[in-house]
Design a protein around this ligand. Structure first.
Ligand code: T46
Length: 146
C-alpha cells in the first residue's frame, strides 16, 4: 500500500497534571493545519453495522477525532487505501480534499468530533463513488501534506 495523498495523523499529546484526568488541546493553525470554521460531532449510534460518510469533499479540510469509544475510518485517495481504528481521544486524522471516506464499526459509546475548515456547503460534497473516480482520473489533485 502506498502513501495516501492529503492525509496525516495529528497527535495532540496529553497534559497530565496533578488533577485527575487528561487534557488534550487543538488550536487553529497550530495543531490543526487550518483555521477552524465549524465544529460538529456525531453520536448516539444505534448499530455497529451503520456506515456514515461515503463521500469526498472538493475543498473542505477536516480533522476527525474519536473522543469516546471507537470506530473504523476507511480512506481512499483514488489510488491508495488507508484504514485506522480510531479509539484515542488525542489522535486526529487530517483529511484533505478529494479523499473518499467512510466510517463504520461504531461502538455504543462512540463520539466523533470533527473540526472543519469551512462552513457547511452541500455543493462541496462528491457523493457518487463513480463520479469521484472519474474526477480523480481527470484531475491532477495537488497533495496538501507534502
Ligand atoms: C464528513 C464526515 C466525516 C448539516 O446540515 N450541517 C453540517 O455541518 C453537517 C456536517 C451535516 N449537515 C446535514 C447534511 C445531511 O443532510 O446533516 C446530514 C448528514 O450529513 P452527512 O451525510 O454529511 O453526514 P456524514 O456523517 O456522512 O458525514 C459527516 C460530514 O457531513 C462530512 O463532511 O466528512 O462526517
Amino acid at each position: 500500500m502506498g502513501k495516501l495523498r492529503n492525509f496525516k495523523r495529528i497527535d495532540l499529546g496529553q497534559i497530565i497534571d496533578s488533577h485527575d484526568g487528561k487534557l488534550s488541546v487543538a488550536e487553529s493553525d497550530i495543531d490543526i493545519p487550518f483555521n477552524i470554521k465549524r465544529v460538529y460531532y456525531i453520536y448516539d449510534f444505534d448499530s455497529n453495522k451503520s456506515i456514515r460518510g461515503y463521500h469526498a469533499h472538493k475543498t473542505l479540510e477536516q480533522v476527525l477525532f474519536c473522543i469516546s469509544g471507537s470506530f473504523t475510518l476507511k480512506l481512499f485517495d483514488g489510488i491508495n487505501y488507508y484504514e485506522e481504528k480510531m479509539n484515542k481521544p488525542n489522535i486526529g486524522l487530517f483529511i484533505g480534499k478529494y479523499i473518499w471516506h467512510t466510517m463504520h464499526n461504531f461502538s455504543d459509546n462512540c463520539i466523533i468530533l470533527v473540526l472543519a475548515s469551512e462552513h457547511f456547503d452541500e455543493t462541496d460534497y462528491i457523493r457518487d463513488f463513480n463520479n469521484f473516480k472519474k474526477i480523480i482520473n481527470e484531475k491532477k489533485i495537488e497533495n496538501q501534506t507534502k
